[in-house]
Design a protein. Structure first.
Length: 273
């Protein structure tokens, strides 16, 4: 990790806005057998089988109009994040039989991918990594779950090399794959990667507008106050740290305008009743 950069353990959450967190949690639990890991006043964390990264369902607050999380780039088929599936057919036929909207499967040399839309308008990717992929993991058993974990969070960037330097120097990310129009980076020893996708200025502007100033993933730090202090010393714009439902958090902004949540691992789990 570069000297002076903030220390992050992993991507601990991907974040979906929903009009009703309880109803949305029931849908994800019933359809995909996710489990409640933590229940807060406005957020519910779901565990994706044995995956490290949680799916956080968060209700919009105040007079905000509900706005789902959609593609960063719809024609380019770039969602905000994707689920890892051990099933090479992505279970797309089964999903359609459940009246869940999915796109046609795209096949590449290393993966099969499609996108799914939940009942609240949120778009997420589904990806099956082939055995020749850098990010392939074998199935844990003869009948693996449909979704095993969060595979990747996608970041829209304009200047790829500049973005790689900033995320590496400021946040301690590690470059593992660079293919010209994008790059994959790791965060600590976390299992969920970051995939940067190059976009022109207009596509990037539209992606940020769709996000409406909201974070869609969270970096976990062992010490929220140390991370805040380090980032402030490095000149990274950060809002004030606050506590919500037992989790300390704050948000930062990348040079290209992307909002990122920083969270401290809570010491006490809030379990559902």
């Amino acid at each position: 990790m570069p000297s002076g950069s903030a220390s992050f353990v992993c991507i601990d959450r991907v974040i979906l806005p929903v009009p009703d967190a309880k109803a949305a949690a029931e849908w994800y639990i019933n359809e995909f057998e996710f489990r409640i890991g933590r229940r807060g006043s406005k957020e519910i964390d779901l565990r994706i089988h044995d995956g490290e990264t949680l799916l956080t369902l968060t209700e919009h607050s105040g007079n905000q109009r509900y706005q789902p999380l959609i593609h960063l780039d719809a024609p380019g088929h770039v969602p905000c994040f994707n689920f890892y599936s051990h099933w090479d057919d992505l279970h797309s036929g089964w999903l359609r039989s459940r009246n869940i909207s999915v796109t046609s499967t795209m096949q590449t040399a290393h993966m099969n991918v499609c996108e799914m839309t939940d009942p609240y308008g949120n778009v997420t990717g589904i990806c099956h990594e082939k055995s020749n992929s850098l990010f392939y993991t074998p199935a844990p058993g003869p009948v693996p779950p449909m979704f095993h974990r969060i595979l990747a969070v996608f970041l829209p960037v304009i200047d790829l090399d500049s973005s790689i330097r900033w995320y590496s120097d400021m946040l301690g990310f590690e470059l593992v794959n660079h293919w010209g129009q994008g790059a994959d980076l790791k965060i600590g020893k976390g299992e969920t990667i970051v995939t940067m996708i190059v976009m022109d200025e207009e596509l990037h502007r539209q992606a940020l507008l769709r996000l409406n100033g909201q974070a869609y993933y969270s970096l976990q730090t062992p010490s929220i106050h140390d991370a805040y202090r380090q980032l402030s010393q490095l000149g990274v714009p950060a809002e004030s740290c606050r506590e919500q439902d037992g989790v300390n958090r704050f948000h930062i902004c990348s040079p290209e305008g992307l909002i990122i949540r920083i969270s401290e691992k809570e010491l006490i789990q809030i379990v559902s009743t």
